[in-house]
Design a protein around this ligand. Structure first.
Ligand code: GLA
Length: 388
């Protein structure tokens, strides 16, 4: 191996295999939608996301110098130059889309990787700021691209964790592990039941001939950086402390009932969401496995109500989408998905009636809000990978 790729400080346990070193190639990294298990990842709980077909694409060409040139047609600053000879600081690109790839480059450099110069052209079919993890897609896509440039691969779990850290340090969002794991471990036709405490995973098949996944954008820009997300995290920590447990994952419903009466109102409601969401996630997976779509749908409606009233991360537009979905024949369940405060709803619908269901959603949402919703059906997609 040539030494410009990985220098002697590399940590061997992080290297899964030496991969082909490439000069010109493309990477595709999917977005994700979470079917259930919301705001549970940072409470050590269970989540059930799937990678989706809309994605980010990175077209990469090696350069002879030590500059990384990032370009995109999606942002006000269409081109960013990174000097790979100097250490990257979180403040360098704060608030810009370049913070995500820079955070990844900084993380890999910290491992001792010497990244060669390159031009990375970024394009996307995945909307940004819609709560579909475009940031995780960009991070994991970037890490996957650098792996090929350097000719080495990280353990996939290490890669996902490195990307999560990039988001914490460079984008200032104290996210859990769900998004980066979904983008890394996505598998066609399957959702991922991830235990965020042990990081063990089970791929749960989705019967695409019977049920379809519909994503409905509320049109409200979702932003996790504005402090509400971090506030929810802190409220959960406070509840766990008052309840005397390491994390809210440690309580089941009957223990919670016994202990929660003494909690202040906010901690009581936040912790009730986390405890009941855990039970709903398990019930949802059992319902999927026994092909009881109605029972699965009821778990989704229960999740939404809990996120709306106990966790207070929904908004009027998402509530409206979920309410009107109840009137549409062939919709089994619907809920807000992701961090909330805008973004998307996800619905589980009868695969044989999707055309009519889409038309009804569109008509009803337009009549009540005056807005034409953007919607798409998606299958569960594979995780980030090299495509050419
Ligand atoms: C965002 C975060 C995730 C997770 C969800 C809520 O998407 O990035 O880690 O906490 O919100 O479930």
């Amino acid at each position: 191996m040539q030494d410009h790729r990985v220098n002697s400080r590399r940590e061997r346990h992080l290297v899964l295999e030496e991969a082909a070193h490439r000069e010109r190639f493309s990477v595709v990294a999917p977005g994700r939608v979470n079917l259930i298990g919301e705001h549970t990842d940072y409470n050590d709980g269970l989540v059930l996301p799937m990678a989706i077909e809309p994605h980010i694409r990175l077209d990469v060409a090696a350069r002879a110098d030590r500059w990384m040139v990032l370009s995109t047609d999606r942002a006000r600053t269409p081109e960013v130059w990174i000097d790979l000879e100097r250490s990257l600081m979180a403040a360098d690109h704060a608030g810009s889309w370049a913070a995500y790839p820079c955070g990844v480059v900084a993380g890999l450099t910290r491992l001792g990787w010497e990244i060669p110069g390159c031009h990375v052209r970024i394009s996307a079919t995945l909307p940004a700021g819609a709560g579909l993890s475009s940031s995780a897609a960009l991070e994991v896509g970037m890490a996957t691209a650098v792996e090929s440039l350097c000719g080495v691969r990280l353990e996939p779990e290490e890669k996902a964790l490195l990307c999560q850290r990039a988001e914490h340090e460079f984008a200032g969002v104290p996210c859990g592990i769900m998004d980066q794991f979904a983008v890394t471990f996505g598998t066609a036709g399957h959702a991922i039941l991830l235990d965020c405490r042990t990081r063990s995973m089970r791929h749960v098949p989705l019967a695409a001939e019977a049920v379809a996944v519909l994503v409905i954008q509320s049109g409200v820009k979702h932003s996790l950086a504005d402090g509400e997300y971090a506030k929810r995290r802190a409220e959960c920590q406070s509840a766990a402390r008052l309840l005397g447990v390491a994390s809210l994952r440690d309580l089941d419903a009957s223990q919670w009932h016994r202990l929660a009466q003494s909690l202040p109102d906010v901690e009581r409601r936040r912790s009730r969401h986390v405890v009941t969401e855990h039970a709903r996630t398990l019930a949802f997976v059992a319902a999927l496995e026994s092909r009881d779509w109605r029972a699965a749908g009821e778990c989704m409606y229960g999740s939404h109500a809990s996120l709306r009233h106990d966790y207070e991360v929904s908004c009027a537009e998402l509530d409206e989408i979920v309410e009107l979905s109840r009137e549409i024949d062939g919709v089994f369940g619907c809920r807000m998905t992701g961090g909330g405060f805008g973004g998307c709803a996800v619905a589980l619908v009868d695969a044989g009636q999707t055309g009519r269901i889409l038309d009804e959603f569109r008509g009803r949402y337009r009549r009540t809000t005056g807005i034409d919703p953007t919607m798409f059906l998606t299958r569960a997609a594979p995780g980030a990978s090299l495509v050419s």
